[in-house]
Design a protein around this ligand. Structure first.
Ligand code: CO
Length: 210
């Protein structure tokens, strides 16, 4: 059997089992979705949003990219964000990085990775701005992991800086933003920052006429 055929077989078994556990499951989900959470995570195959949070289909709206970046010119991310905030009206936006992130590691190295370099330049900028603190860590692992945390904090701030979130904050006092870091070695999520509606105390990035 080819490896991909195992996936199709497992899918059949899952669908069958799901119907036994909850006969209305597919009828309910095929007519609508009402997730409470938007997840912005790393594409890394070891960090599946639903599995590590024990959530079911229908509960989390997901966007993933290399190193969980929120880039203001990324039409893909912005479309997901707008839909989640304005149509689904999610209550929480979670940016979840993970310790040992390959994208963050790559950003700290002088190696040329092709087009990926363009993407991870965003992390290089965060490294540059926090170089003294990151480089003061004694091991490479600790330096990478500190930058992983700083990257998550920066991306949460980037979410807050979008007009989409600022408009929602003005209109409905939400969503709340969360920065988390997942540990590949223990399966645990470390919550590292939070932002409530209106908490972006930065005149330069705050719109007054929304
Ligand atoms: Co990663």
């Amino acid at each position: 059997m080819h490896s991909y055929e195992k996936l199709l077989l497992a899918n059949k078994a899952w669908a069958r089992e799901q119907k036994v556990i909850d006969p209305e499951f597919f009828d309910r989900l095929s007519s609508q979705q009402a997730p409470e959470f938007l997840w912005i995570g790393c594409s890394d195959s070891r960090v599946p949003a639903d599995k590590i949070t024990g959530t079911d289909p229908g509960e989390i709206f997901v966007h993933r990219n290399i190193a969980n970046l929120v880039v203001s010119a990324d039409i893909n991310l912005l479309s997901v964000l707008q839909y989640a905030v304005e149509v689904l009206k999610v209550k929480h936006i979670i940016v979840c990085g993970h310790y040992g992130c390959g994208g963050v590691k790559a950003a700290m190295s002088p190696t040329y990775y092709g087009i990926i370099n363009q993407w991870i330049k965003n992390i290089k900028d965060i490294y540059q701005a926090n170089r003294a603190e990151v480089d003061s860590k004694p091991t490479e692992e600790e330096r990478v992991n500190r930058l992983v945390e700083l990257n998550v904090i920066e991306q949460v701030t980037n979410v807050a800086r979008t007009s989409i979130v600022q408009k929602a904050w003005a209109e409905r006092n939400g969503p709340q933003l969360h920065g988390w870091v997942y540990g590949l070695n223990n399966g645990l999520i470390n919550p590292i920052c939070e932002m409530d509606a209106g908490s972006l105390n930065d005149d330069l990035y705050t719109f007054k006429n929304l």
